[in-house]
Design a binder for this molecule. Structure first.
Ligand code: TA6
Length: 304
């Protein structure tokens, strides 16, 4: 079903398809041939491709695409809880729920749609969710692809409750890489981090770019808003620009943990690296009627 508007630049432009499990997916394309695919299950970006069709996001060959499990790959959204930091299941429930297409969202800045293919999604908690996390909210997500192939995700969380609540959030981004030994991350140097492999103890990162020789599971705190993931073998760099997301999660399960993860191939840790824009250390507090906005922009550039 083609929803491309004839004239109005601000109208959402996307195609709706279904995956093999009958789950609705939204396909965004740009005039150069790049594309993004978003599943309505979890509001999860499941594909981001360059103009030459090369996939930029990792998805496990053992991924389970059948709800209620979140797909092992792409960009699952951890909300309203990150990890096991709270009473809810790991990473909260938003990634395990059906979202809907929001045909008439409150406006965003005109630049957030001009010359872009985009779709607006909406997630609200069910009665069942409210029994476990009794806070009414509206989570609006705009996913956009621009002429240069940049992928932008704008989240707006509104408290439609009569009392304040707090949440944490992460865009759990699985980057597809050539080989984990060929990759380094810049922008986290000298930052403090919470090590999930050591009871979330706080440490300080060295002065150099991050490279990988073993399992890593850390939350870097109060980072700059631009992080780079350099892949020397592929001669390309992922640039992560973020707003309203002070923290950065870095995760690679390495060999031993990969063997314990059912929906991840034993050797696949070599081709994936998660670097997530997040708000974890200081949960976001929203008073009734208040709205939080977070923005993540991903791009890829040629590099040495
Ligand atoms: O920090 C990232 C992390 O929380 C890891 O501890 C690991 O569990 C990863 O997320 C994946 O979580 P998942 O629930 O998708 O298996």
């Amino acid at each position: 079903m083609d929803h491309s508007a004839k004239s109005d630049d601000n109208k959402a432009k996307y195609e709706v398809t279904k995956d093999s499990n009958g789950v609705q997916q939204v396909l965004l394309r740009n005039p150069r041939g790049a594309s993004v695919k978003v599943s309505l299950f979890g509001g999860q970006v499941v594909s981001w491709k360059k103009e030459n069709g090369e996939e930029l996001l990792f998805t496990s060959s053992k991924a389970n695409f059948k709800p209620p499990m979140a797909v092992r790959g792409g960009i699952p959204i951890c909300f309203p809880q990150f990890g096991n930091r709270g009473i809810l299941e790991q990473h909260g429930f938003a990634r395990n729920r059906m979202w809907i297409i929001d045909e008439n969202p409150p406006p965003l800045h005109p630049n957030d749609s001009k010359g872009k293919s985009f779709v607006d999604l909406l997630f609200t908690p069910s009665e069942e969710d409210l029994k476990r996390w009794n806070h009414s909210f509206e989570f609006r997500l705009r996913v956009a692809l621009d002429f240069d192939g940049y992928l932008t995700m704008i989240s707006r969380v509104r408290n439609i409750n009569c009392k304040p609540f707090s949440f944490s959030i992460a865009y759990h981004t699985y980057f597809s890489i050539s080989d984990i030994s060929e990759v380094r991350v810049e922008g986290l140097e000298t930052l403090d981090y919470l090590d999930n492999l050591q009871q979330k103890e706080r440490f300080t990162e060295q002065g150099d770019a991050l490279t990988f020789e073993s399992e890593i599971d850390r939350v870097y705190l109060s980072s700059e808003d631009v992080i780079a993931v350099l892949d020397h073998e592929k001669k390309q760099t992922f640039v992560i620009r973020k707003e309203g997301l002070p923290d950065v999660v870095v995760w690679n399960p390495w060999e031993k943990k990969s063997r314990a993860i059912a929906d991840l191939g034993d050797e696949e840790y070599k081709q994936m690296l998660c670097v997530d824009g997040a708000a974890i250390e200081n949960p976001i507090n929203l008073k009734p009627g208040e709205e939080w906005t977070g923005r993540l922009e991903l791009s890829v550039v040629a590099s040495t």
